[in-house]
Design a binder for this molecule. Structure first.
Ligand code: FMN
Length: 400
């Protein structure tokens, strides 16, 4: 019997069984209205739920109105947002078996920004475009051209913890399988973790334990309410790429804390705390060593992200034991059938929806022309079903 390539081996993530190791990484679409999903999200997430990925994670969704990055970001703090998300998830589940997650976050001092459609590099909203007062651990702006945030009070911190728990409850009501808390990319929880942006001397700052306290407290609260048969994770920063910022040693210490409280996985990203740092150029798989170190030293399940470009590369990451899962972002936008093509490249037969089955490699000679290097796929699934006459026919020239 031939061995299933590592990328297509099922994985038990917390209480959630994933069909394979491919994850659609969360991607802000800046297309919400009052934080509510729109037809664009139905198309975007619905399409990616047919990518062949075992898990699709919806974009960073704010736990409060002022926690949105832009006016166009999604939120999970109102009934309208929860109901629209629930209906979208139900629709997707009618045709896809992918697990469906959501990323929850708060932008902190990087809130009140222009949407990506209006900016090239990230830019604060001017007052006449509905800018709002931002909050952060300390009154330190992103950079000199950003407004100074208000340092959070004890009440603000208590409110934030409540907002995360309320959003998690809403995620449960909507039918979400997995919550990923956003603690990277320079947003509020990352701002608390990093000594560059957290200058507090109270319980929520000072030493590493103090700076980690807010994220750890939120994760404890979420662990207590989020069902064990689902999954709970954190997007973490591996390094601030700054001599005085967070390093991988800090990440290992935090991951050990998260593991101890029962967080199911971490995804290792990096950078973006401030525009004033020099980040090395991104190369294929550039953040994989971060995930590998966390997996090796903490025993936590890890997800690798960043320029994971094709099936063979992704398979080698899983096979080497560098990560348990791979998250793909831009590659999925470029090729929304990324998982199908990864499967074909690795000689694996995966399910296609019946409506699309005539595009399966073995049903369509065009596949061999487009991807001549791809090995023949041994079919064991739909091709073995009784031919319906419409779907499971060998390739013919005549279009139907
Ligand atoms: C359009 C777009 C939106 C993104 N939005 C988010 C987001 O909501 N949350 C997040 O953690 N990362 C976000 N990212 C980062 C990706 O999830 C991913 O970490 C990054 O793009 C590197 O992976 P890639 O090389 O496969 O694109 C976004 C990336 C893109 C391209």
């Amino acid at each position: 019997m031939t061995q299933v390539p590592s990328l297509f081996a099922p994985f038990q993530l917390g209480g959630l069984r994933l069909e394979n190791r491919i994850v659609v990484s969360p991607m802000c679409q800046y297309s919400g209205v009052d934080g509510v999903v729109q037809p664009w999200h139905r198309m975007h997430l619905g399409g990616l739920a047919l990518s062949g990925a075992g898990l699709v994670i919806a974009e960073a969704s704010a736990v409060s109105r002022d926690g949105r990055i832009t006016h166009e970001c999604l939120g999970l703090y109102s009934d309208a947002q929860t109901e629209a998300l629930a209906s979208l998830l139900a629709e997707i589940r009618s045709y896809s078996s992918a697990a469906l997650g959501i990323q929850l976050g708060h932008a902190g001092r990087r809130a009140s920004a222009r949407s990506i459609f209006a900016r090239s590099k990230g830019e604060a909203l001017p007052p006449d475009e509905g800018a709002w007062q931002t909050i952060a651990p300390s009154a330190l702006p992103v950079s000199t051209d950003w407004p100074v945030p208000r340092a959070m009070t004890e009440e603000d911190i208590a409110q934030l913890i409540d907002d995360f728990t309320a959003a998690a409850r809403r995620a449960g009501q909507a039918g979400i399988d997995l919550i990923e808390v956003h603690a990277a990319h320079g947003y509020l929880l990352h701002q608390f973790l990093s000594p560059l942006s957290n200058h507090r001397q109270d319980l929520w700052g000072g030493d590493q334990a103090g700076r980690n306290r807010l994220l750890v407290t939120i994760m404890e609260r979420l662990r207590a309410l989020w069902p064990r048969e689902k999954a709970l994770g954190v997007r973490m920063t591996s390094t601030d790429w700054h001599p005085d910022g967070l390093t991988m040693d800090d990440a290992v210490a935090l991951a050990l804390q998260l593991n101890a409280i029962g967080v199911d996985y971490v995804v290792m990203s990096a950078g973006n705390l401030s525009p004033d740092v020099r980040i090395p150029p991104a190369t294929p798989g550039h953040q994989v060593p971060f995930a590998a170190r966390i997996r090796r030293e903490t025993g936590l399940a890890t997800m690798a992200v960043g320029q994971i470009l094709n099936g063979p590369q992704a398979d080698s990451i899983i096979r080497a034991g560098d990560a348990d899962l791979v998250a793909i972002a831009r590659g999925m936008l470029d090729d929304p059938r990324w998982g199908w093509h990864a499967a074909a490249a690795l000689g694996v037969d995966i399910d296609y929806p019946p409506q699309y089955i005539r595009a399966r490699p073995n049903n369509w000679t065009g596949h061999a022309v487009l991807r001549p290097q791809t090995p023949a796929v041994t079919t064991s699934r739909q091709a073995d079903r009784p031919a319906s006459g419409l779907w499971d026919r060998p390739d013919t020239a005549a279009p139907r």
